[in-house]
Design a binder for this molecule. Sequence first.
Ligand code: NDP
Length: 399
Amino acid sequence: MGKALIIGCGGVAGVAIEKCCQNSEAFTEICIASRTKSKCDALAKKLSGSATKITTAQVNADDVDELIALIESVKPDVVLNLALPYQDLHIMDACLATKTSYVDTANYEPEDTAKFEYKWQWAYREKFKEAGIMALLGSGFDPGVTGVFSAYAMKHQFDEIHEIDILDCNGGDHGYPFATNFNPEINIREVSAKGSYWENGHWVETEPMEIKREYDFKGVGKKDMYLLHHEELESLALNIKGIKRIRFFMTFGQSYLTHLRCLENVGMTSIEPINYNGMEIVPLQFLKAVLPDPASLGPRTVGKTNIGCIFRGVKDGKEKNYYLYNICDHQECYREVGSQAISYTTGVPAMIGAMLVMNGTWFKPGVFNIEELDPDPFMDALNKWGLPWEEDFSPVLVP
Ligand code: NDP
């Protein structure tokens, strides 16, 4: 029973908000606030039959004073940040000033440098603890459910985990030669960066897309996947004690990669501003404007996602392998909430994280990554709210 302020009203927020309304026992009231208020109003109208009371507001989440004024007027129990990673620190500052707990799905990244790291948000640990409020970082799917899966494997399946491979497979087809499934700017910054993985206590860096493997995914079939740097690697390398290696792989189709390479070669993925007809523009932001809006992919995307973690370690003195994953169907998501599975698999865990902080199940003062909390209530909630998980005790390993 509580009130959430949700900031952002894009693809992920659309699902999280719809799920909050399905879960009106927990979310008695929500306020949707974003840069473009008309989107918030349209969603509130669509969900007006829900038992959850919905209000809307306009906010520039880059302006801390505006955020403080909004939080003071709404008085939420939790702020769920579903805007972009650039806004994380502003929203955390406003939460501190108003002593309000905070949840997000992506770690902070400065807008002018394509480099995401937890150090900026971890620097708030003492301040949040002293203020008696909680920040839950990374409550999406990856990061998010992958951290919960890791905590669950550690708690119930292993004495020691030595290796984790996180596999993110999107077997969906939207019919476009090139489109991204979530915010194009954030997506392209992530996949065009150098890859890296954690091994024996240090980071190993790779060229973008240098390491390729093929994997046969249940529910999807064989796909090429590529090693990327991904934000949960940083926190899991610290929080899963005794871990020796942790890697992250994501599937990409040939058409996506060919287009991406071409766009990179002509400079369209650059975040360096250029002068065009007397106006300063960022090529990647211009590219975002001409690409399909991820929210529009819902009706045309068919196929499934399969995202999960393969663990290797020891239980009762014996070596053990274990795979935890979720399969999600794009069209089923669309029928339920009008969105494709990428927004769905992020929006559902965002709602669950906000619920567990708000209802006190997970609440504790400080700044935490999701694997630091008890995984069991989250795992139960995944089954209940649309992302049931499956286990495999003899998975094929990734070479
Ligand atoms: P969208 O671009 O669809 O939505 C972003 C929303 O934030 C838009 O409504 C946008 O407003 C709003 N916004 C942007 N800047 C501001 C601002 N300064 N003030 C107020 N509102 C603002 O993105 P997605 O929904 O695809 O992604 C949302 C978040 O989820 C991102 O941080 C992304 O990295 C994260 N994510 C996490 C995943 C995970 O598994 N952990 C997976 C996928 C995404 P407007 O409508 O005006 O543009």
